[in-house]
Design a protein around this ligand. Sequence first.
Ligand code: C6P
Length: 411
Amino acid sequence: MAEEKTIAFDVESIREQFPTLSQQVYGKDLVYLDNGATSQKPKVVIDAIGHYYTLENSNIHRGVHFLSQQATEHYEHARKVIQQYINAPLEEEVLFTSGTTAGINLVAFSYGELLSEGDEIIISAMEHHSNIVPWQILCERKGCILKVIPMNEHGELMMDAYSNLLSHRTKLVAVTHISNTLGTINPVKEITRMAHEQGAVVLIDGAQSIQHMTVDVQELDCDFYAFSGHKVFGPTGVGILYGKKAILDKMPPYQGGGDMIEKVTFEKTTYNGLPHKFEAGTPNISGGIGLGVAFEFLSGLDMDEVEHYEKELATYAEKELLKLDGMRLIGTAKEKTSVVSFIVEGLHPFDIGTLLDKQGIAVRTGHHCTQPVMDFFKIPGTVRASFAFYNTMAEVDILVKGVERSINMLR
Ligand code: C6P
């Protein structure tokens, strides 16, 4: 079955570059299908982190000595690589954070300072908690009003309803590019265009998109774009917030400390320019360097091919899973990719996930930090298989057989 599929690129040679993938768990070949939670790392990224701690370890932006200057150069090189990758106009628009959550909180806190009572913020019904709770905290702090774009039973945003929610009171729209639970690809360019017509700024949660498709922040015209390093084949504890300079310039600092200042006296402190204004304290230096290497690795791939291939994987998985008795897919949007969420009638997702694990298949079960999505579908959780470009059609076959075996054991 697997051999019949078109494989757009050499998956086997890609897999060889990811050491984690070629191991056994419980005596079975690992089938890693939890890429939505975190992706595996290519050897070049692992080596870069090892190299940093073995030979380059020092603090950045501070030392006159060789090691510090070298580390600074490598860290700033990573920023440049990422700037080019996402096509940000300026290097200083690329802020290092600790991940998507940190990036969204930065905007909610700092841009939030510019908002007033009665201002409206729009999010969507399929957001991760990271793109809900920071806005709720802001609304409590400032008296802003949170509105939610509804979705239909396929897990597609209702654009007419969005249009009706927008008004001159809308100050910020924050939506996910791809849903981590449903796999829906949202029309973020159109969402952005419509928000801009009302003078609102737009934040795109890119946690589940940048690893699956070409992302060009100028083409999207978004004001902010946040993502995590660990989901894009880089290290944990590092991420990026892209922001337009004109907007970042107006925003107050989020945290105070070293590196973000120009001059400190007890009477008054003046702040450093971008990006340092938003990068207080010693950052995750090895993480930043490793993330730059991850993006160099990604630059060697054709992302259109990746997108096409991953869509094939997900479509094939859906088709085969639907042959199983009691199978219900959660998230059936026309535009979707890389994520297949499902439940099986009468069975708890956790039980299926546990039995899959014993067969060497790693999936995620539960609400995936999207409890409102579970409430919408009136389910306790799903089993989620989430793909990366190193997954194969043969692994999809193993997943489907594994689910079938689990169903038979539980029934
Ligand atoms: N979703 C998942 O298994 P952090 O934790 O900051 O790296 O990413 C948060 C986040 C924000 N938005 C979306 C759309 C996400 O999917 C995530 C992380 C993981 O689906 C872990 S909960």
